[in-house]
Design a protein around this ligand. Structure first.
Ligand code: XMP
Length: 529
């Protein structure tokens, strides 16, 4: 399979570049910008200069400046390996600087749509940079310039090296896909070999060979990732070999447990172990209101119950532990460049001794670890996972506990569950503005990356009939995002918000007032705790 390597220098859009190229049908892998590329390049040259599969290298953007003393720099061998290079923003500045050119700060940072002219043709590109090339490295030629008077496209006279000051991966960049496509196909000569079908075939045969007749245990959260991982296991191994464990913590959304069970059984699951542990969680949380403490108590209890319940299954020691880790859970995005960490967000896994032990034994299976979230959704559809699960918004491991500010009680969970279910139901019923190009039925829900209600620890005054009453204040949150790392507020048409608020206050009697959270991330986070 042909592939393109992306060297990540910390840009927020590195993952987006990867996804865009995969959408073109070519496999991409993101490596920390400073990775030692020796082994990979040696393998490439052994395979006759085309790396067998490695066909080109992209250098990403970065918040850094190349002239800063500790600016991230690539392995210098990329400049002698003969492979095509594409530098994007900082990547271009890096290539120019490393090869003897000069880079300096702009008088004023450029951000957003800016026209560029490349060989007589003008289009709107998308910029985000504080530095510019002030002197081209020997051999580099400027072929495009921005309307503001700076080099926008640079090519090398003899080597297959290209550089863009703008970001072709951003959808607002006109001709962005065409540019990426001409690099990948025209210059790197990649063949289209990345498709979900091909991926599934490879993963399934590897999985079957590795697992043999051993049982596999998968911890299910009810979200898209673990359910799709379950589907993949169930379509690969005999269902009698697959054990699925799900904990109902009492901090789940309305009807969630029943839906999860139904979806798994529809996929042919034979061993669905539902652990009912609401009482344990609520008593552990009693009296606690400090967010980090709540998270810690929940995390610890997850581990305790997971160990207790796993032991009760009496699986042989040779069993494999599977988890729905995604590609994006494994790579660092934008932070700590050069220190690729094994970050796993899912609550089941953080520091879990069971995961650690199984990893040491080489008995961990992560069949989605090469996929992005939207690819997991596509895989889910291919494997016939319920559409309701496939399109489901992300949900945090600690569940409603981080959406009930302050102390968590059963009563508050019930109020929040009702209000949240109404919000989500309304979003699913209301048509979204982006009807074209989206799989499944297109609604406001599908247009939004994540939406939920939050119960605040305040009551406010209101009237019911002629009586004054004090009702809880509820906040609605809806955001757009590519990966949860940054988020923008969803710009609802006011009509939708007004009608949804009315339905909530009319139906959930304990909620007296509804507000809409208009904070982006950063500086706010998506969740409130
Ligand atoms: P924040 O609130 O950090 O959230 O902006 C980013 C994304 O991560 C989800 N999230 C969590 N997921 N365990 C999880 O599995 C957690 O403890 C957790 N905290 C936040 C959040 O819902 C959003 O999608």
């Amino acid at each position: 399979m042909d592939k393109i390597i992306l060297l990540d220098f910390g840009s927020q859009t590195t993952q987006l570049i990867g996804r865009r190229i995969r959408e073109l049908g070519v496999y991409t892998e993101i490596l920390s910008g400073e990775t030692d590329l020796g082994p990979l390049l040696e393998e490439t040259s052994r395979n006759g200069g085309t790396a067998g599969t490695l066909r080109g290298i992209i250098l990403s953007g970065s918040p850094e400046s190349v002239y800063a003393p500790d600016a991230p720099a690539p392995d210098k061998r990329i400049y002698s390996c003969g492979l095509p290079l594409l530098g994007i923003c900082y990547g271009l500045q890096r290539m120019n600087f490393d090869n003897g050119g000069k880079v300096a700060p702009l008088p004023k940072r450029e951000y957003g749509g800016i026209k560029v002219t490349v060989r007589g043709s003008t289009f709107t590109a998308w910029m985000s940079h504080g530095d510019t090339l002030t002197e081209l490295a020997p051999g580099f030629i400027e072929t495009g310039r921005s309307e503001t008077g700076y080099p926008a496209v640079v090519v090398h006279g003899e080597k297959p090296w290209y550089g863009l000051q703008f970001h072709p991966e951003v959808t607002h960049c006109e001709r962005g896909t065409e540019i990426l496509s001409s690099f990948v196909f025209g210059i790197c000569r990649c063949r289209k070999s990345w498709s979900m079908k091909a991926y599934v075939e490879t993963v399934r045969s590897e999985l079957a060979a590795r697992v043999g007749a051993s049982p596999v245990l998968l911890l299910i959260s009810g979200g898209v990732d673990s359910t799709v991982a379950a589907a993949l296991l169930l379509k690969t191994l005999p269902p009698s070999q697959v054990h699925l464990m799900y904990m109902d913590t009492g901090l789940m959304r309305k009807d969630e447990t029943a839906q999860v069970k139904r979806a798994l059984e529809k996929l042919g699951a034979q061993h669905v172990h539902i652990v009912m542990c609401e009482t344990e969680f609520l008593s552990a949380l009693k009296g606690l209101s400090e967010p980090e403490l709540k998270r810690k108590v929940i995390g610890d209890l997850f581990i305790t119950i997971q160990e207790r319940e796993t032991a009760r299954l009496n699986l042989p020691d040779s069993y494999f532990l599977a988890q729905g880790t995604l590609y994006t859970d494994l790579i660092e995005s934008g932070k700590g460049v050069g220190k690729k960490a094994h970050v796993i967000k899912s609550h089941h896994n953080v520091g879990s001794p069971l995961v650690e032990t199984k990893r040491k034994e080489g008995r961990i299976i992560e069949p989605l670890d090469k996929l992005y979230k939207d690819e997991v959704r596509a895989l889910g559809r291919l494997l016939k996972v319920d559409e309701d699960v496939v399109r489901r918004h992300p949900f945090p491991g600690p569940g409603l506990a981080v959406r009930i500010l302050g102390e968590v009680t059963k009563e508050k969970c019930d109020i929040l569950r009702e209000a949240d279910a109404i919000f989500i139901d309304e979003l699913k019923k209301r048509p979204g503005p982006q009807l074209a190009g989206k799989a499944g039925s297109s609604s406001l829900y599908d247009d939004i990356w994540q939406a939920f209600a939050v119960l605040l620890p305040v009551r406010s005054v209101g009237v019911a009939g002629d009586v004054r009453k004090y009702g809880w204040v509820l906040a609605l949150r809806a955001i757009t995002s590519a990966d949860g790392m940054t988020a923008d507020v969803y710009p609802f048409p006011p009509k939708d918000l007004l009608e949804i608020s009315t339905r909530i206050t009319n139906t959930v009697k304990d909620v007296g007032r509804v507000t809409y959270d208009i904070s982006s991330k950063p500086p706010a986070t998506i969740e409130w705790e």
